[in-house]
Ligand binder design. Structure first.
Ligand SMILES: [Fe+2]
Length: 213
């Protein structure tokens, strides 16, 4: 009888192991790690672009880069949580080398990067997560992708102002949803986050209101 119980225990452990292994969305965990790295690099890049914009006298564009960097950090943090939930480990991000050029060139680099993330990277990651039935991964990728679409719009607006020489008209104060990384300025901020329904009172502001705003 004792042998029978031991056998049952071993079979139960084996079944549990198979269940856990089988339920881990392997491809999505790889994608989450890749996205964590990409967002970490982008955050670092935007922080450097913000410094450069300030040096060139583009205060408003510097503010936009700071806000976008914070948003990317929130996306990276969300990926860490989801990877851990799936039983994976995250090491330190590998920050790839990148160039800091003029602010106009940096904006173009940001536009290219966000376009790639929206049209290629995240669309594929979301599809993989849905195929693997990994809703937490799909949700975090969707929040990031939708945020990148807004960043893309803001960067294009900033680029247009450089061409027209009216960058002082750009928003100066930015608000970030700490849950999903959604990015708002004072003209388009909502009562509740339209991605995750967080309340506006929880949004994080990145600058005291500028004079005259
Ligand atoms: Fe949100």
């Amino acid at each position: 009888m004792r042998i029978f119980f031991r056998l049952m225990l071993l079979l139960s452990i084996a079944a549990l192991f198979c269940y856990c292994s089988g339920s881990k969305p392997k491809k999505s965990v790889e994608n989450l790690k890749s996205a964590f790295n990409q967002e970490s690099v982008t955050a670092e890049k935007y922080s450097r672009f913000a410094q450069k914009a300030l040096q060139e006298g583009f205060d408003t564009i510097s503010q936009l880069f700071i806000a976008a960097a914070k948003s990317e950090i929130i996306h990276a943090s969300n990926y860490v949580k989801v990877i851990q939930k799936y039983g994976g480990n995250v090491g330190a991000a590998e920050i790839a080398s990148f160039e800091v050029k003029t602010t106009a060139e940096n904006l173009q680099s940001a536009i290219n990067g966000e376009t790639f993330k929206v049209l290629t990277m995240y669309s594929g990651f979301i599809r993989d997560a849905e195929n693997e039935k990994a809703p937490d991964a799909a949700k975090s990728f969707t929040w990031a992708s939708d945020s990148e679409k807004k960043h893309l719009k803001y960067f294009r607006q900033a680029m247009a102002t450089i061409v027209n020489g009216n960058e002082t008209n750009l928003p100066y104060t930015w608000l970030i949803c700490p849950t999903c990384g959604n990015t708002y300025n004072t003209t388009d901020v909502k009562e509740m986050c339209d991605f995750c329904l967080n309340k506006q009172e929880n949004f994080v502001g990145y600058q005291a209101k500028a004079e005259g705003e």
